[in-house]
Design a protein around this ligand. Structure first.
Ligand code: SF4
Length: 277
């Protein structure tokens, strides 16, 4: 089987910065949400004494908390500050950009349409920005088809997108509202890391693709879904990799989500017998 390492792989800049921030902490700290969506990284931080929580209410007063690369809503931030909790903010700047755009559209009286995965930490943070504006309305959609039967009561629409969505899906949502004649403002550019990885995966011409990363990682799962390959595999650790049957695959591309450590990527290439580039 011919193997190609599809670039880029390993951490994106936002994840690298968040992990570096976490690794620089030497005392016991709470972490709100996994710092990044990688079990490998989370296990490492747990061994270093981090306590992971999924609600800001679980962070005790007068402690310290690391906010993940996915960000936090204004209400959650207020709840932490009100209890004298020190916030160590690892939110990716790309995520902040979406927060700011969503808040601006909400203040402008627009229905804020968020293209993304409802329930994902990043989307929850963006929703929180909109909900902090009096009288604001929002809608989360993962696909343009979800809009077809909706009767919209506002003429003004503001569209933002989770940083890791499929760019095509976000563009289709924008096109839908423009076609219908709404007054539309939008900021739906996926982050550079997502764009580059999706483009590289779409351009790969082999008959198999192996994506390394967690099922909880939105950008990892998106790489799987945008791939034109007929055989797409995913593994988040070596045990999962060992269970994959690659028989029949002639040309395998290997890539990773933006929160997958480069060390795991290298380990996998070694296990597969190296690349032929
Ligand atoms: S995937 Fe994009 S938004 Fe997420 S941390 Fe990386 S650069 Fe930031």
């Amino acid at each position: 089987m011919r193997i190609e390492a599809i670039k880029p792989h390993g951490f994106c800049a936002g994840v690298a910065a968040a992990v570096a921030k976490a690794m620089a902490i030497n005392d016991c700290v709470y972490a709100y949400h996994p710092v990044v969506h990688s079990e490998i990284v989370v296990d490492k931080l747990v061994r270093r004494g981090f306590k992971f929580v999924n609600s800001v209410d679980d962070v005790p007063s007068n402690s310290r908390v690391l906010v993940s690369a996915h960000g936090i809503s204004p209400l959650e931030e207020k709840s932490l500050r009100n209890r004298s909790i020190e916030i160590i903010d690892a939110t990716c700047p790309f995520v902040w950009r979406v927060h700011n755009a969503a808040a601006k559209f909400a203040r402008d009286g627009r229905l804020v349409v968020i293209v993304g995965d409802d329930g994902h930490a990043e989307v929850e943070g963006i929703k929180g920005e909109v909900q902090a504006v009096d009288g604001a309305e929002l809608l989360v959609v993962s696909h343009v088809e979800e809009l077809i039967d909706i009767r919209f009561t506002r003429e003004k629409i503001g569209i933002v997108a989770q940083t890791t969505v499929n760019q095509e899906v976000a563009d289709n949502v924008v096109a839908f509202f423009l076609r219908k004649g709404f007054d539309v403002l939008y900021d739906v550019k996926v982050c550079n890391a997502t764009k580059e990885r999706q483009e590289a995966v779409k351009a790969f011409k082999g008959d198999g693709l192996l994506v390394l990363g967690s099922s909880t990682s939105a950008n990892t799962m998106r790489l799987c879904s945008v791939s034109p390959c007929s055989n797409v595999f995913r593994a988040s650790n070596i045990e999962e990799l060992k269970k994959i049957d690659f028989s029949g695959i002639n040309f395998l591309g290997v890539t990773s989500g933006a929160s997958t450590p480069e060390s795991f990527f290298r380990e996998v290439l070694e296990y597969l017998g190296g690349v032929n580039e």
